[in-house]
Ligand binder design. Sequence first.
Ligand code: VGL
Ligand code: ZN
Length: 212
Amino acid sequence: MTTVTLGESDCLVVIDLQNDFMPGGALAVPDGDAVVPVINRIAARFQHVIATQDWHPAGHSSFASAHPGRSPFETIQAAYGEQTLWPDHCVQGTSGAAFHGDFNPERVELILRKGFRPGIDSYSAFTENDRSTTTGLEGYLRARGFRRLFFAGLATDFCVGWSVEDARAAGFQAVLIEDACRAIDLGDSRAAAVSAMEAAGARILRSSELPS
Ligand code: VGL
Ligand code: ZN
């Protein structure tokens, strides 16, 4: 059932398809590897594809290990507000930060790295967690003439969700391809993220609704 026609002003944004978010990885997303074949398949349908990489320096302030006495998945009050603490993950240049080996990045036109400032995390591909430092992606996408962005990858409730909301705030049409994403799901964070994306005006589609 195809409900969408893809064109020159559409771009697929593949979020954080990295080893550390896969089963067995440092910050494993349940069933995270199931999205890889789906994304490989749909990427071929798009004229344009970009990807992001979570890219932290060792000792990053989002790592619980940088806060004596704190554990992963606790929240702390950072200078810029609430911040969840994570296991060490996606350290620059490590195999955990590399793309999943089955992800075919051949058609990826831009790889945007984020989370490299030691004191600021960045879930969103657009704006870091202080909600003011920009990654530059909005300007890039606008300069490329994209108007509608399709999102896939990991994790629905963090990097994908925040990116979708920021895409809407920046004035892009945003589409979540829900079966091409998986969530970390802390508490009810997946459901909350999907509600927030819908409230922001994002459309939720299944990959079967894209051209085959
Ligand atoms: C992510 C937590 C920490 C993600 C990245 O890709 O969703 N989540 N860093
Ligand atoms: Zn991270």
